[in-house]
Design a protein around this ligand. Structure first.
Ligand code: ADP
Length: 527
């Protein structure tokens, strides 16, 4: 019977452990999806994620096992304690003293250990980052070329060597304390046993009773010790599990709260026909400098607007506000004359097809890489090929070994690696695949050759006909076909107009356009 029960127990515990850790990980991931971009730009939040994930594999299950174990030990303890209390109650009390003191000490050590671990999260993340730099193909070329491998390994080692020293100290202290208390417990047990033997020798105790008392003493001792140890480990598990709850309790981010506050359920968004910025100024959370200052402009259906400016002038920030990655700013952003924050955030986003400068290269099939633009249409081959055509990669895809079912990247089996420009076109196809009413390309030309760039722009103008098109660029020479050009500098719009207007009547745009259009600049850029 015991064998059968043990087998069932082990089966259900294994299953429970796997399910528990899987479900908790899902909870963490769900929470992560709900976080805002500002959360992801905050090191504290990363530390919290690290702490929550670190111990998730075993702590919660251990807590559950501890509860079972305490119930078991308590039942046994009650029956053995009963025998002792009826006989000589003070023996029972004597047996409790050492384990109680030892638990108080262990708890103190446990708290110390926890604090040490808690403080380590940021450095653990650094160690993780060094190992990430050394173990991913995307970093390989630079790490190899600059000979950074050993340097990074050294940095990684330093973090753990330092920890080893501290761990050694704590473990040593803990071992000594445990040894002393175990020694005392043994002495106590042996003393009581000797006393029992002496009573039996004197004839005060029948031999049969002697054995049951000796057994009761040793079982009380071991069960009480086990209860105390389990309580200690529960206490420690609890400290770690608190980290998990701390992470799960993270507020959804300031912007989300504001969004909920301003949301107006009666306002629906079918298509974006007009975008207006009115005196918008914005600072990144925690930053004192304004990335955008007093920005005002209007874009209407049918316009293709170019936002041009040097690196760091605020172009991407504007796209981030328009895509509602940040919701807190001064001034107003209006869509179809209504405050953007009144709309359901998903409605706004589903109406936008955006390619960010740092777009994602999904190590998945072409189907996913394009289909993620509109997840509901993931299985429509015709639509995916149509999206590919708009980005000029339909023939490239049909040349791939499995067409749209070809795995991209090199992280998984049979992957086909693309060039930087090809990846960028795939990302553009993803945006075109979305049935949006406004399309935004953030620095689309950065990885494209001039021919591909021309092709993409032609396609962009064609695909955004009758819709809104916005693209940002640091190259003044590529924006001349836009219906309106906004020239950014230091977060301000310093000039605005069509190419002809700006060339004739502006200073900054004209100067930079002429420099970038000059053969000399082209040579520099090519080199
Ligand atoms: P551009 O797209 O024109 O190259 P950005 O809009 O990315 O420029 O950046 C505008 C300014 O905002 C820069 O000074 C940059 O340092 C700052 N910035 C960009 N992203 C962040 C961020 N996440 N946190 C704080 N400052 C940022």
């Amino acid at each position: 019977l015991t064998e059968i029960i043990t087998a069932i127990q082990s089966y259900s515990q294994n299953l429970f452990q796997t399910t528990l850790s899987y479900k908790l990980n899902v909870m963490i991931m769900k929470k992560t999806i709900g976080l805002t971009l500002s959360d992801f730009e905050n090191a504290d939040v990363y530390d919290k994620i690290q702490r929550a994930q670190d111990e998730i594999g075993y702590r919660p299950f251990q807590l559950y096992s501890s509860i079972l174990s305490i119930i078991g030990s308590t039942i046994t303890l009650i029956s053995t304690a009963f025998i002792l209390i009826v006989w000589k109650w003070w023996i029972f009390v004597l047996l409790l003293i050492v384990p109680i003191i030892s638990t108080i000490y262990s708890t103190k050590i446990g708290k110390r250990q926890f604090k040490i671990e808690w403080r380590r999260a940021p450095r653990y993340r650094k160690a993780w980052y060094y190992s990430f730099l050394m173990s991913r193909d995307i970093n390989y070329k630079e790490i190899k070329l600059y000979g950074l491998g050993n340097y990074l390994l050294e940095k990684y080692n330093k973090i753990f060597e330092r920890y080893l020293k501290v761990d050694k100290k704590v473990t040593k202290y803990r071992t000594i304390i445990t040894f002393i208390f175990n020694f005392l417990i043994n002495i106590m047990g042996d003393g009581i046993t000797l006393m029992l033997l002496y009573s039996a020798f004197n004839g005060e105790l029948p031999v049969g009773n002697l054995f049951s008392y000796i057994r009761a003493v040793s079982m009380t001792e071991s069960n009480f010790e086990s209860i105390m140890n389990t309580l200690f480990s529960m206490y420690q598990d609890n400290l770690y599990i608190k980290q998990l709850f701390e992470f799960l309790d993270l507020p959804e981010g300031e912007s989300k709260k504001l969004t909920d506050y301003q949301l107006d359920l009666s306002v629906k968004l079918k298509s974006i026909d007009k975008i207006e910025f009115r005196n918008v100024s914005f600072r990144y959370p925690g930053s004192t400098d304004y990335a955008l200052r007093y920005i005002s402009f209007t874009i209407r259906k049918g316009d293709v607007v170019a936002i041009v400016g040097k690196n760091g002038s605020g172009k991407t920030t504007l796209v981030k506000l328009l895509t509602r990655l940040y919701d807190i700013y001064d001034g107003d952003i209006l869509i179809n004359d209504i405050d953007i924050r009144k709309y359901n955030i998903d409605d706004v986003r589903s109406n936008l097809g955006v390619v960010f400068q740092d777009f994602v290269k999904y190590e998945m099939k072409v189907r996913h890489n394009i289909g993620f633009g509109n997840i509901n249409n993931l299985n429509s081959n015709r639509e995916i090929i149509n999206g590919a055509r708009k980005a000029g990669i339909d023939s490239m895809i049909s040349d791939l070994p499995n067409g749209i079912n070809t795995q991209l990247g090199v992280w998984f089996d049979n992957g086909k690696q693309l060039s930087g420009g090809q990846w960028q076109k795939v990302a553009i196809a993803r945006a075109f695949f979305r049935n949006a009413s406004a399309y935004i390309l953030d620095e689309p030309s950065s990885a494209l050759d001039p021919a591909a760039e021309k092709e993409i722009f032609e396609q962009f103008f064609k695909s955004t006909k009758g819709k809104i098109g916005i693209f940002t660029s640091h190259r003044f020479s590529t924006v001349k076909y836009a219906s309106n050009i906004l020239v950014f500098e230091g977060g301000y719009i310093i000039e605005e107009g069509s190419h002809e207007n700006l060339i004739n009547f502006s200073n900054y745009y004209k100067k930079l356009y002429e420099i970038q259009a000059s053969p000399f600049y082209n040579i520099i850029e090519k080199e």
